[in-house]
Design a protein around this ligand. Structure first.
Ligand code: AMP
Ligand code: MG
Length: 405
């Protein structure tokens, strides 16, 4: 039995960054960039007006006397997208729309609302400072500047920036291919009739969803009985089409728990077989032909926990992300919690934010078979191993369960 931190170290050490591919920017959402992106142009590419108004020479607006509005003569109108090549002379103004290029000779724009327009003239009662309402060329982005960094997550903002620079594609990390295998003689497919002693295979659906939420593509999903020979063949077949194979069930010490024996027969290298966590103690991590294998326990809550703690960091690293786990929060216990002497305990809870402080309240039975507890929780807390209890008010590490609110 090894500790959770040691297990994570081993796993991350054995995980390699995945391959990269060039993808249309529309399809980059949620992916990780595999290249730095540099600006191809200044943004904006020219000096432009920030307002609908009048382009003018600021000098012209400073000479007015008390109660004598200054007059400027309107010479032209410039719409966005147009270039008007009539330079402004003293005493003149061009009407200009938001986003249109500032004409030669102008150094400020006064917005429509601030002046009176009358018979081809505008009347100004106040001076206008140099540069007012002008967005300078390159003010936001300079050509050649690094805009995005390899390893960053592509959100809608990154897609907008890529588009603003004329990039229609970007290099991102490939989605890992994962195979899912549910094992157990008691399992039936969800469309079969429930008979005595049987239960529906929910883990393959749970795992598939967990994997897809982390960006993986599913190559195969199989439901297999507890037979060594069949397992050897099916696991080997799953590796043909996947970077990562994940099974559930059959990793404990029961008569029909064959996964460890099967991996040995296949010649896979087993790194560990048991981790000091609750739920999810029996969990296998192995490597076969340089690909990764996880043998997760059969109980659904243990599947979810071992996935969040051990599999998710692998998927993130394969996809080039450096944040292997979601942010850890400091959470105050709303009730006392019994510790486990030998294992780190994961508890599914309701995390609430009261005046900027996070609190945790338990959500139902923490028994490893209770998927309803996982469903009803928005977060998990991590209780370090040790003797006795953690009192109400104690502070522990917690996380929101990704995707929940
Ligand atoms: P095992 O780890 O194979 O001993 O299974 C532990 C428990 O999880 C048993 O009660 C199984 O019936 C249950 N279980 C195993 N696989 C699944 C599955 N795919 N869906 C739902 N429950 C399962
Ligand atoms: Mg079983």
């Amino acid at each position: 039995v090894i500790g959770i931190e040691q297990a994570k170290c081993i796993i991350l050490q054995e995980t390699k960054e995945g391959k990269c591919e060039k993808v249309r920017i529309e399809a980059c959402l949620g992916r990780t960039l595999a290249e730095d992106i540099f600006a191809q142009n200044d943004l904006p590419p020219f000096d432009k007006s920030a307002m609908d108004g009048y382009a003018l020479k600021s000098m012209d607006t400073f000479s007015q006397g008390e109660n004598r509005p200054k007059q400027l003569t309107i010479k032209a109108t410039i719409k966005a997208g147009e270039c008007v090549e009539i330079p402004l002379k003293e005493g003149e103004t061009h009407r200009i729309m938001t986003g249109a290029p500032i004409p030669e000779g102008a150094d400020a724009v006064i917005e429509f609302e601030a002046v009176e327009e009358r018979e081809g003239l505008i009347l100004l009662s106040k001076p206008v400072r140099v540069g007012k309402n002008i967005i300078r060329q390159g003010e936001e982005i300079r050509q050649g500047e690094r805009l995005l960094t390899k390893g960053s997550l592509v959100t809608p903002a990154e897609i907008g920036v890529l588009a603003s620079q004329g990039y229609s594609t970007a290099r991102v990390y490939e989605k890992p291919q994962a195979a899912v295998i549910s094992t157990g003689d008691e399992l039936i497919s969800i469309t079969d009739k429930l008979e005595k002693g049987k239960i529906r295979d929910c883990n393959s659906y749970l795992l598939r969803a967990l994997l897809e939420r982390e960006g993986a593509r599913i190559s195969t999903v199989k439901l297999i009985t507890d037979e060594e020979n069949v397992l050897v063949n099916e696991i080997a077949a799953a590796f043909e089409k996947a970077d990562l194979v994940i099974s559930s069930g059959g990793v404990s010490v029961g008569d029909c728990d064959y996964i460890a024996a099967v991996l040995k027969r296949m010649g896979a290298k087993i790194f560990f077989h048991s981790v000091a966590i609750k739920p999810g103690k029996p969990v296998i991590f192995a490597k076969y032909k340089n690909k990764l294998f996880f043998g997760l326990p059969g109980n659904p809550l243990a599947v979810a926990t071992t996935f969040e703690e051990l599999v998710r960091p692998v998927l993130r690293k394969m996809q080039g992300t450096s944040s292997w786990q979601d942010e850890v929060l400091y959470v105050v216990l709303k009730e006392e919690v019994t510790r486990d002497i030998k294992r780190t305990k994961y508890m599914y809870v309701a995390i609430t934010n009261e005046k900027g402080v996070y609190y945790a309240e338990c959500r139902g039975s923490q028994s490893s078979s209770h998927l309803m507890t996982y469903m009803g929780a928005n977060g998990m807390i991590i209780i370090p191993q040790g003797e006795g209890k953690l009192e109400k008010g104690a502070v522990v590490d917690g996380r929101f369960i990704k995707g929940s609110k």
